[in-house]
Design a protein around this ligand. Structure first.
Ligand code: SAM
Length: 267
């Protein structure tokens, strides 16, 4: 089986830490306020990664829920298993490829979440149908993904530094259009919510760390910008120059606003 996309544990952790340190808002709090999940719920977190949302659900519900996290990456599942040990093994952690039929029964879950991942599915309608199938009637799907105006500063700096046009991103170029439409055609009631989180960098260091971890997340999309480690470093040098100049010119620091869409869909 060919895995088109592979997140590394380190890059994901870097981006999560930078959001937490430099962001004005917390996205998990926003998700929990939006969903108001009742205790006793059966929750499936698809593409759980290292377990960020699993931890948020577990803490919010004081462990009074059946919470399952699934992902394709062995490395990230090992991190999620470590989290599970720290929570007293209250979670269920399993390997699942969302491009294959889910080995899960029909009509079982109250909530299925899929945060920052659905746009990596090879066949979006197939994956959305599988998500719909395993939810109970009346169950909810929650997905999050980038909106078209997400992290404009990041793209502006890369474009200025390289003189190249940014390629269409799998998330932001279709999350609030094609993917939202697909969910609308499968679920009975669908809402799109918007979350904005400005990240303010007073020095270029964390912006560059974020850029590294982000470019490597979608490395194959950037193949016309760099190939191999040396070219990657050259591009990072150019990015560093532009970011430093912009920082000197600004009074408020470098502000990169994450703009996220939260889709809540009812089966
Ligand atoms: C950006 S990470 C998000 C992880 C987590 N939801 C979070 O917000 O921290 C994207 C996740 O999608 C997972 N993923 C990619 N392709 C997958 C597939 N075919 N099946 C299941 N998970 C997949 C990756 O392993 C990774 O954990």
């Amino acid at each position: 089986m060919k895995i088109e996309y592979q997140e590394t544990s380190e890059d994901l952790a870097t981006r999560i830490n930078i959001h937490e340190q430099y962001g004005a808002r917390n996205i998990d709090d926003w998700m929990l306020e939006l969903l108001l999940i009742p205790k006793g719920s059966r929750i499936l977190d698809v593409a759980c990664g290292a377990g960020k949302q699993l931890r948020a659900f577990h803490n919010y519900l004081d462990g009074e829920a059946e919470i399952t996290g699934v992902d394709i990456s062995d490395e990230l599942l090992a991190d999620a298993a470590k989290l599970n040990r720290s929570l007293g093994e209250k979670l269920i952690i399993k390997k699942l490829d969302f491009n294959q039929p889910f080995p899960l029964e029909n009509d079982y879950y109250d909530l299925l979440s899929c945060c920052f991942a659905i746009y990596y599915a090879a066949d979006i309608p197939f994956t959305i149908r599988e998500m719909h199938r395993v939810l109970k009637p009346g169950g909810r799907l929650f997905t999050s993904g980038p909106m078209p105006d997400n992290k404009q500063l990041f793209y502006d700096v890369i474009s200025e530094a390289t003189g190249k046009t940014i390629p269409p991103m799998p998330g932001s170029s279709r999350y609030s259009s094609e993917i939202l439409e697909n969910i609308r055609s499968t679920f009975s009631h669908v809402e799109l919510h918007r979350f904005e989180n400005p990240l303010t960098f007073k020095g270029v260091g964390p912006f560059l760390d974020y850029t590294r971890a982000s470019l490597s997340e979608d490395r194959k999309l950037w193949s016309s910008f760099f190939e191999g480690a040396d070219e990657f470093e050259e591009v990072m040098q150019l990015i560093s120059k532009v970011a430093s100049r912009r920082l000197l010119e600004s009074e408020d620091g470098l502000v990169m606003t994450k703009v996220v869409g939260g889709i809540v869909a009812l089966k």
